[in-house]
Write a protein that binds this ligand. Structure first.
Ligand code: IPE
Ligand code: IPE
Ligand code: MG
Length: 263
């Protein structure tokens, strides 16, 4: 369903005129590694959790701006399979954030036609968190605006392992023929199966790594790294990333014929 959106010209999308000209193409799917909450807090002499609390405001700002820009899918890395290594108190605090976010903003998400989704090994997420997440998913399931996809207890390698296990099970039960397995088939076994691959990945806080995020899906994604800590990231920073995306030439291993560079 997303192929037809491959590139959206800003001039034609409501509310985007202000950016038209500088912003030629809007990515369909933007994925963000929201990093730097702890350092943001430390810089202010505050406990790490103060950074996580502040981060929610950025999630709200960025969601609204993504919607305004005409982005169709926004995937936010909220908790990785490796984040369990953190102190118990911090993990507990992080697990309360989805509830806090949804308690404060669900009404607005509904009003803005946003559809909430979640991906990751959700079986390990505490029941109180999942109750809020599932409620939001259910309440917004018929919305057809921006898809706001939270990666919770998500790990790229774990996702691939899970996909392989399910493929093996389906082959053994004759649901799948092994000679039909190709990249498209395997993609259907990933947690992101209903979504196009991200066009643009943003990571905040100055770290230049993927930290096990969407390893399969990011194969040809444009990467954007910024030193800004996530709690400081704002609408202008998202616009800057999208503008940078628009200036990139995606070749997917091919070549671009002279004269056809600009779409
Ligand atoms: C990102 O901020 C939030 C999560 C990983 C859950 P961090 O908590 O990693 O902040 P830094 O990287 O320590 O500054
Ligand atoms: C990645 O950030 C995970 C999330 C943003 C949820 P981390 O802070 O956990 O990554 P590393 O440890 O710096 O690689
Ligand atoms: Mg970090």
């Amino acid at each position: 369903m997303f192929e037809k959106f491959s590139f959206i010209r800003t001039g034609k999308v409501g509310g985007q005129e202000r950016l038209a000209g500088s912003l030629q193409r809007v990515p369909v799917h933007v994925a963000i590694i929201m990093d730097g909450n702890g350092r943001w807090a430390k810089r202010r002499g505050l406990p790490r959790i103060a950074g996580h609390r502040e981060a929610l405001k950025t999630v709200k700002k960025v969601t609204n701006e993504a919607r305004r820009l005409g982005i169709k899918v926004l995937t936010l890395f909220a908790f990785s399979t490796e984040n369990w290594k953190r102190p118990k108190t911090e993990v507990e605090f992080l697990m309360k954030l989805p509830e806090q976010f949804l308690n404060s903003y669900l009404a607005e998400l509904i009003e803005n036609n946003i559809q909430v989704r979640a991906m990751g090994d959700l079986s390990l997420i505490p029941a109180h968190t999942m109750k809020a997440v599932n409620y939001a998913i259910d309440r917004t399931k018929n919305n057809n605006g921006l898809i706001l996809n939270f990666a919770l207890n998500y790990g790229g390698r774990s996702e691939i392992v899970q996909a392989v296990k399910t493929v093996v099970r389906d082959v053994q039960s004759d649901k799948l023929r092994s000679d039909t397995i190709d990249e498209d088939v395997l993609s259907k076994y990933m947690m992101s199966r209903a979504l196009p691959d991200p066009d643009l990945l943003i990571r905040t806080s100055g770290e230049i790594r993927l930290s096990n995020f969407m390893l399969w899906q990011l194969a040809y994604t444009e990467l954007f790294f910024t030193d800004v800590y996530w709690p400081d990231f704002n609408e202008g920073n998202l616009q800057e990333a999208v503008r940078e995306f628009a200036s990139r030439q995606r070749r997917y291993g091919g070549i671009v014929e002279k004269g056809s560079e600009k779409r």
